[in-house]
Each structure stands twice: as structure tokens, then as C-alpha cells.
Design a protein around this ligand. Structure first.
Ligand SMILES: [Zn+2]
Length: 468
């Protein structure tokens, strides 16, 4: 038993010795491994700092100078690294992407300030599409439009310190301009969009300074059995504050809208002595009086024009301020557009230029011919100008067919003594004159316009040209 025990002790001592040796060996190996791993990590870190695999991310990119970053970004974009990255994300093979990104990084690091150059074809010219060529854009980069938060901006390239930079420009600051094809271009409105434009307080203040508006109540007359008479104050008709507001706003809308269209005419209207429509109206109209007499006629006593207020209110209630022309082509008296009020204003204001009607064809409400530019004739010319002397974008808006329609049906040509309803011709002298002043022949369709029967009565259906 004793022997056995000592044997065991020897064995244990022997095994203890072996364990120590093995431990030492393992520790050595481990230490070596740790050193190796550390060295590996160090090398990888060194490698990565020189060639980042992460594209534009990472510390390596952050450490680049602003110019180097720009160089890197341009290279990244033009070298299609971004496209390679999205491919790599699908295939899980990043080799090509890394090569691209690394190449750009090396290139960016190698940039020297003396290499920079920049040329700009147009300088800072917002209305021209220029191209900037620089170290970063060797193939050139053009001015471009970009939508940001729903607004379209111009990015105008220019050179600064031998480098290309792109300045963000809101074309709207130049007036009715927008960005199109890398430049600010004038945006032509449509007839419809003009009606939707808000009228500024400045414009209204100017209008109120230039035009005088009055409202006149209607007091009927009472005739007494003894032959005397008096004012029937109990049946007096007076505009309410709300009605006055409707009339004032309708007037603003008509003059504002016509002035906007006028600003696009390629030639001034022929009767305005080269003034704008607004200036002509201001100089001719004087005071505008809205009459509350429901049976009153529009007219132009010297220095004033008088308008039937309730006719206008009725038209406003039928949508006059939201459309240019009659809303129903087949029913000329339904849904009058703003053109009706413009027509009345133009007609009456023209009378204040000391232009009177003449008598012919059993009517005293006629113009001799177009050439005299009478109160009917100017409305023919206004439509002719709207059809032929506006930018195509404006005329060819949603309403162009109605311009045609209005011209042919609503043209007042049949108020010309120079029109021969039997021969269906307008005097050649008149036709020549129109072509001469406008550069365009008159839109003259003899098959359409012979609908008005001439008589001595003022045309009661239309309530428009009931004028003296
Ligand atoms: Zn008249």
C-alpha cells in the first residue's frame, strides 16, 4: 500500500513538470499571435487610412481639404463609383467599387493648387445657359435647373479663385421668370393664369390714386295728380357696402387683367397714342360712376363714364371674374366673362376721347369705319391685337378658340358703316389699314357675322353697347 502511494507521488511530480513546460510554450505562442494580430490590425488601419473602402464616408475623407473633397466628389460621380457601389451591394463583391473609390481618393490627394483652372462661357448671366470648365470639370459643366422643395432654381456656374462654383438663383426675383433649360426665362402667363394672379395692394393704391370711383343711388320720381312731381325716397335704390365692394373689385380685376395682357402686346394698341392701355384709360376715363338705376345705360358724359352697376353685379354673380369670355359659346348672353367689362370700359373711355358714333343703316349707334377707331372699332382692334400681337404661349392658352369665337361673333364689325351686308365685304381701305397698323390681315369671316338685324333700337339684349 505504501509503495503504491509513493509511486503515485512520483507520477504526480513528473506530470507537474510537464504542465509547466507546456504552459510556457502555449503562452509564447499566444503572445506571438497577439503581436501578429496587432501588427495585422495596424497594417490594415494604415492601409485603410490611405485607401478608404467606404467611398465618401470615414475619417480619411473628412481629413481631405475642401478642394480635395470636391475633386474626390467629382471623380466619384464621373467615375460612376456610386453605380458600382449599388452593384456591389447586390453582388457582395466590392472589388470594383473599392478600386474606383480608391482611385478617386489617390487622385484627390495628389491635387496641387497650381493645377487649378477655371473658365466660364457666360460669366454670371442668368438668362443664358453657360458652361464652366475647370480642373474638377474638365469636360465642362453647364448651368442647370434644380427643383428644391417644389421651387425650381437656377444653378449658375461661375469661376472663383480658379475653381468652379454654382450659385443658386431664384429666377422669380427677376419678375415673371422661371428656370428652364439652364437659364432664367420669362414665363408667359395664359389668359386664365392672369385672372388668378393676386392683385397687389400697391397696384390697388395706384389705381385708387389714378381713378375716381363714385356710386349713385337711384331715386324714382313720383308724379302727382296736380301735375307736380317729387322724389320717391321710400323706393330709393342704393348700393349696399357689399355691392360697392363687388363693383370696385370687378373694376380692379378688369383693368388689372387687361393691363397684364397689354404688357405682352408686341405693338401698342393703335388708338392709345403709344401709351399703355392703363395710361390711356387713366387719361380718358375721368370718374367712373356706378349707377343703381337698373334701367340705366352705360354712357360717357364728358370727363366721366357711367356704368349700370346692377348689370355688372349680376354678371359677377354669374362668374364674370373667373373667365375671360362667355362660358357658354352657344348662348352669348350666359356667363359673361371679364372681357365684357373691359369692352364697356374701352368703349366708354373711347367716347371721352371726343369720338362719337355716326348714323347709317338706320342706326345712330355706328362707326364710320375701322380706321376712325370709334368706340365699336377699338373693340374690334382689341380682339385683333389679342389674337395676333401676343406671344403664342399666351394666345394659345386654353382660351384661344374663344378668342376666335369672340372675334367673329362679338366683333362689332357689323357696327361699321364700311361693312356691306349684302356684298358681305368690308371696304378694302379698312382691310388695308388694319393690316398696315398691325402687320396682320383682319380675321374676316363673311359667313359668320351677318346675324345682327339693323334697326333704330339700341340692342337691349346685350345691355352693353347701349351708348350715345
Ligand atoms: Zn358708344
Amino acid at each position: 500500500m505504501k509503495q503504491k502511494a509513493s509511486k503515485i507521488t512520483v507520477k504526480a511530480a513528473k506530470s507537474k513538470h510537464v504542465d509547466k513546460k507546456r504552459l510556457l510554450k502555449t503562452f509564447g505562442l499566444l503572445l506571438g499571435l497577439i503581436i501578429l494580430v496587432a501588427l495585422g490590425l495596424f497594417l490594415i488601419q494604415q492601409y485603410n487610412s490611405k485607401y478608404p473602402a467606404e467611398g465618401i464616408a470615414g475619417k480619411a475623407y473628412a481629413d481631405l481639404s475642401a478642394e480635395q473633397k470636391q475633386g474626390y466628389n467629382v471623380c466619384y460621380k464621373e467615375g460612376k463609383c456610386a453605380a458600382l457601389l449599388s452593384t456591389a451591394q447586390q453582388t457582395k463583391n466590392y472589388a470594383e467599387y473599392r478600386t474606383c473609390s480608391k482611385g478617386c481618393y489617390s487622385q484627390a490627394l495628389a491635387q496641387k493648387p497650381e493645377d487649378f483652372y477655371c473658365t466660364d462661357s457666360d460669366g454670371v448671366n442668368f438668362t443664358n445657359k453657360g458652361i464652366v470648365t475647370s480642373y474638377f470639370y474638365p469636360r465642362g459643366k453647364e448651368d442647370y435647373c434644380l427643383e428644391i422643395n417644389g421651387k425650381n432654381y437656377l444653378f449658375e456656374g461661375k469661376c472663383a479663385g480658379n475653381k468652379a462654383i454654382f450659385v443658386q438663383k431664384n429666377c422669380g426675383e427677376m419678375g415673371s421668370y422661371g428656370c428652364e433649360g439652364g437659364k432664367c426665362v420669362e414665363m408667359h402667363p395664359t389668359f386664365n393664369s392672369i385672372l388668378q394672379e393676386p392683385i397687389s395692394q400697391e397696384w390697388i393704391n395706384q389705381f385708387n390714386a389714378d381713378f375716381k370711383i363714385e356710386f349713385k343711388a337711384y331715386v324714382p320720381i313720383i308724379e302727382y295728380p296736380d301735375g307736380g312731381w317729387g322724389w320717391d325716397e321710400t323706393n330709393k335704390i342704393e348700393f349696399t357696402a357689399e355691392e360697392k365692394d363687388i363693383l370696385t373689385k370687378a373694376l380692379y380685376k378688369a383693368v388689372y387683367s387687361m393691363s397684364r395682357v397689354d404688357s405682352y402686346f408686341t405693338k401698342p394698341l393703335p388708338w392709345t397714342s403709344s401709351q399703355s392701355y392703363y395710361s390711356w384709360l387713366k387719361n380718358s376715363v375721368g370718374t367712373i360712376i356706378f349707377y343703381a338705376d337698373p334701367n340705366s345705360l352705360n354712357s360717357a358724359p364728358p370727363g366721366k363714364i357711367r356704368l349700370n352697376g346692377y348689370n355688372i353685379i349680376n354678371n359677377v354673380n354669374n362668374g364674370m371674374l373667373t373667365t375671360w369670355f362667355n362660358q357658354d359659346l352657344n348662348s352669348p348672353n350666359i356667363g359673361q366673362g371679364i372681357m365684357l367689362l373691359i369692352t364697356i370700359l374701352t368703349h366708354e373711355a373711347r367716347h371721352n376721347d371726343k369720338i362719337k358714333h355716326v348714323s347709317c343703316k338706320n342706326s345712330n349707334n355706328m362707326d364710320e369705319n375701322l380706321k376712325t377707331m370709334g368706340a365699336h372699332g377699338v373693340n374690334v382692334m382689341l380682339r385683333h391685337w389679342m389674337k395676333y400681337l401676343l406671344p403664342a404661349e399666351l394666345v394659345q392658352s386654353a382660351y384661344d378658340e374663344k378668342v376666335d369665337w369672340m372675334f367673329q361673333h362679338d366683333s362689332f364689325l357689323d357696327r361699321m358703316c364700311s361693312l356691306d351686308p349684302i356684298a358681305k365685304t368690308l371696304e378694302q381701305d379698312d382691310l388695308d389699314w388694319v393690316e398696315d397698323v398691325s402687320g396682320h390681315p383682319l380675321d374676316f369671316n363673311p359667313d359668320i357675322m351677318w346675324t345682327v338685324e339693323f334697326n333704330n333700337e339700341l340692342n337691349k339684349n346685350t345691355t352693353l353697347w347701349a351708348v350715345k
